[in-house]
Design a protein around this ligand. Sequence first.
Ligand code: AMP
Length: 173
Amino acid sequence: MSHLYAIGLGSNRPHGRYGVPARILDAVLKELQPVAASAIVETAPIGPSLRMFANAAALIETKLSPPELLRHLKAIERRFGRRRGQRWGARVLDLDILLWSGGRWSSATLSVPHRHLTARLFALDPLSQIAPDWKIPGHGTVRQHLARLTRPRPVHRSDRGRVRSSVGRASDF
Ligand code: AMP
């Protein structure tokens, strides 16, 4: 039986062969052979990092179960030079299972939907280009969550002059 998955892609390090992060994601998207792919969104770094971030989302159809697909994605990450221990830092490639047509999957090593999906603009934004009406189990649709994150909020007197924190980056996953 075939399943549909939404995959999140992120990169913020150049690769010797593929070049800048956007070119890395281009190459990975070709390899994943998605049924749909978002544009590649590039954002300038905030804070001490000087590296550009690139993010994208893709829908793929496969017979692999969630843990089998995770193993496959980790193998692709390794081939693109991701090393163990790079969890929070700069990374050549980060691939996440965001959603699965089977709904939820939960084990010690895998949670679907991805546990940070509803809080991460860089994941929801490209995902909304290809699956705006996909209902996140236990939540609303992708489109509704994106609207919630991007809705302008009233500025209260006590907020003036404070720097708002950003919604999150590729390296937060
Ligand atoms: P990451 O830092 O994104 O490579 O994720 C580290 C670990 O998170 C992976 O090795 C997985 O075991 C675990 N993980 C849990 N849920 C997910 C998910 N939905 N997609 C990808 N990795 C996940």
